[in-house]
Write a protein of this length. Structure first.
Length: 349
């Protein structure tokens, strides 16, 4: 409903009054029964007063809502465009629409805050749980050393080595936590570049050779000269993803086992596979292994220095590249992880 200006209202009242007087005059002149004339005049006057008071109340309410609307928008009558808009729009509809939008916005913000709060609680719980084990271990080793272990050369060496192992584990957890928090808060800015993926895989293999030997596992990476080698991706992050997958293939491999790495050509992408013939993952656990802190065998993972974050980090990295990652596994036989990368344009073999 539009509210008309006060000039128009005055004109309308004068006109209506004139019409009423005219009707009254006609009634008085043509109807003999004066009681009936009086009754009809009363009805006429009441209707007129009803319509006028309804209009004035509405006008009063509208002016208040308009003031409120202006105050909410905090324009203080300075913004001409806004003042004009307020004059032309249906203020009630507009205010109702804005209140609805505002409350919907608040609702989703509240949900988001709730989710973040739950995430924060769960994250802190998991982090403290992960850090507790190495901290308590270190405390135990130091107490043993203080309790006389220091004097015995065999004990002090072995306990200091264990302390170092626990400290390395803590460093690993803290590094993984740093990566996952960057990735989950979207702070990771990819720096894509054209690089040779074969060279990167070779660097990963070299770096993990010692670990593999310790577990009596062989890393096999056959290379063909005709294979396209150049991809467009963030080299540092892809290196990290490959390290996490290769480390897992060793950690969850069997003594004397093998880790195969393969690169396959797929039109405009390369498919990279890290496959092992290790312990495998049961079907029920497969859908959850990319969740942070999820482990199939907690004690095996902890003994191997795992934080339960490795695959979550890999998934985030591959997702950030808008690529896909898949896992297939047969329990007791082995596991295969594959992910894609975009070939670099102007690929040189
Ligand atoms: N190659 C693999 N073979 C068998 N199980 C695996 C393999 N890779 C990962 N997993 C399972 O998935 C879980 C999550 O892996 P990850 O996120 O790397 O955490 P972490 O290795 O620190 O435990 C592991 O605890 C393990 O149970
Ligand atoms: Mg891992």
């Amino acid at each position: 409903m539009q509210i008309i200006s006060s000039k128009k209202v005055n004109l309308l009242i004068t006109l209506s009054s004139a019409i009423i007087i005219l009707i009254e005059f006609l009634l008085y002149t043509y109807i003999e029964d004066k009681a009936l004339v009086l009754f009809m005049s009363m009805i006429l006057l009441c209707s007129f007063m009803f319509v006028m008071s309804r209009y004035l109340i509405r006008r009063f309410l509208y002016s208040k809502i308009r003031m409120l609307y202006k105050t909410i928008h905090d324009t203080q009558f300075i913004d001409r465009e806004f003042v004009d808009k307020v004059k032309t729009i249906d203020i009630l509809d507009e205010a109702e629409k804005e209140v609805r939008e505002w409350s919907e916005g608040r609702g989703s913000l509240l949900m988001q805050m709730k989710r973040q709060e739950e995430y924060r609680k769960e994250f802190i719980g998991n982090v403290s749980h992960e850090l507790k084990t190495p901290i308590f271990n270190i405390q135990g080793y130091i107490l043993t050393l203080l309790d006389g272990g220091l004097e015995d050369e065999n004990i002090n060496r072995s306990y200091l080595e264990r302390t170092e192992k626990s400290i390395n584990r803590m460093i690993g957890i803290v590094k993984d936590l740093e990566s996952i928090s960057k990735l989950e808060y979207g702070e990771l800015k990819l720096l894509p570049e054209r690089f040779n993926i074969i060279e990167t895989i070779n660097e990963v293999v070299e770096m993990q050779e010692m670990r593999a030997q310790k577990h009596n596992i062989k890393i096999i990476f056959p290379q063909s000269h005709s294979m396209p080698k150049y991809v467009e991706a963030d080299k540092k992050e892809i290196f990290q993803a490959l390290v996490n997958l290769v480390v897992n293939s060793i950690k969850y491999g069997k003594q004397g086992g093998k880790t195969h790495i393969e690169v396959m050509d797929m039109d405009n992408k390369l498919l990279i596979e890290v496959r092992d013939n290790g312990i495998g993952i049961e079907k029920d656990n497969l859908p959850r292994i990319f969740e942070r802190f999820y482990r199939v065998d907690k004690s095996r993972s902890r003994n191997m220095g795992g934080s339960g974050l490795g695959l979550a980090i890999v998934k985030h990295i591959i997702d950030a590249h808008e690529q896909s990652i898949n896992v297939s596994s047969t329990y007791g036989e082995g596991t295969s992880f594959t992910f894609t990368l975009n070939k670099a344009i102007n690929t040189k073999a």
